[in-house]
Design a protein around this ligand. Structure first.
Ligand code: NDP
Length: 322
């Protein structure tokens, strides 16, 4: 009989990570089960860990009830909206995520998306491919020059974005719930006041109730007609309907979005806005970075079952480093 610890995978993971899990653990694939309830009943007394991968099936109290021997949930990605970490914390369960290893990749993407939006790179590329250059030059675009950037959520990724913006020669300010002690950028406790003072917003805030729709119609109006909104955090941070209206009636100039409220569904009204730049949530989606994230997901489970504790527990997890 196998002595490997048993874990459940709630969604698919890249082979790079899944193969390592299968070598080290007995793995049950929940999303592949023809009858999920039957699988849960069958493994209920044995499964001690969860690998929460793609597909974003919820990991919550219902799953913890079904699998009462769970000790640890290792989640893929730094954002873990699909895991009820507060409930896990109440039950004394450890939740881990994959911070830091994706910070530079997502910050790079944020700058690429900002420049793509301001200089209309996707549209200009289409112009060439459609043979329109032969008939004349693309119209002049707006510019990054002279812009002032307000970052919403100056955490790990937000700080990496700020460094890049500085390197591009633009001033940076930020909004969050608290002032960051380790930076000199001006802090705005009020998002609407920051929006009034800048023309470019970059959101890198997490999802969840406390950030839901904080970028709303009032904030967009304060940002003004030269305003650009870039979102690489979570779609729920922006009131998407208010954003669509602000783009349609030119309350703001444009938007570059990597995340949406109801992924992978993107409203037709947004797709119809030709000058907006829309990406299918690819912030961390390079081979290099996805492998690093997969490795950290594996390493958290291995460390836990080796009795060495979690490597990167989330803030809701009651865990103190020895
Ligand atoms: P951090 O936890 O380091 O940073 C999050 C920041 O958001 C903190 O500075 C926090 O500051 C701020 N914040 C939290 N709650 C609020 C609030 N209610 N209002 C305003 N600001 C708030 O996380 P990371 O930088 O590592 O990642 C940030 C997010 O980026 C992830 O949660 C994820 O959702 C998203 N992400 C998106 C990716 C993509 O592919 N597009 C890839 C990776 C991450 P404070 O507590 O002071 O408010």
């Amino acid at each position: 009989a196998s002595t490997k610890p048993e874990i459940i995978m709630t969604g698919p993971l890249m082979a790079y990570a899944a193969d390592q899990l299968k070598a080290r653990f007995t793995v049950h694939e929940l999303w592949n089960a023809p009858d999920r309830a039957a699988l849960l009943r069958e493994v209920s007394g044995r499964v001690r860990g969860v690998a929460a991968g793609g597909g974003h099936n919820r990991v919550d109290g219902a799953l913890f009830d079904a699998l009462p021997k769970i000790e640890v949930v290792s989640s893929f990605g730094v954002g873990y909206d699909h895991v009820d970490a507060a409930e896990a914390g109440r039950r004394g369960l450890v939740v881990t995520n994959t911070p830091d290893v994706l910070t530079d990749e997502v910050a790079d993407l944020a700058l690429g998306l900002l420049i793509s939006t301001v200089r209309q790179l996707p549209q200009v590329d289409r112009y060439l491919r459609e043979g329109k250059w032969l008939k004349g030059n693309y119209p002049l675009t707006t510019s990054l020059r002279g812009r002032k950037v307000g970052i919403v959520g100056l955490g790990r990724i937000g700080k990496a974005v700020a460094q890049r913006i500085e390197a591009f020669g633009l001033p940076v300010v930020y909004h969050g719930r608290t002032r960051q002690p380790d930076v000199a950028y001006r802090y705005y406790p009020s998002l609407v006041e920051m929006a009034a003072d800048v023309d470019t917003l970059i959101s890198v805030a997490p999802g969840g109730a406390s950030t839901h729709h904080i970028i709303n119609a009032e904030v967009l109006k304060a940002l003004g007609p030269n305003g650009i909104v870039v979102n690489v955090g979570r779609g729920t941070v922006i009131d998407e309907q208010a954003l669509i209206k602000a783009l349609q009636d030119k309350t703001i100039l444009s938007a570059g979005l990597d995340v949406f409220e109801d992924e992978p569904r993107v409203p037709a009204e947004l797709i119809a806005i030709e000058h907006a730049v829309l990406l299918p949530h690819v912030g961390s989606a390079s081979v290099h970075t996805r492998e690093a994230m997969g490795q950290l997901l594996v390493d958290n489970l291995v460390s836990w079952f080796d009795g060495k504790g979690p490597l990167t527990p989330v803030s809701e997890t009651p865990w103190k480093k020895a």
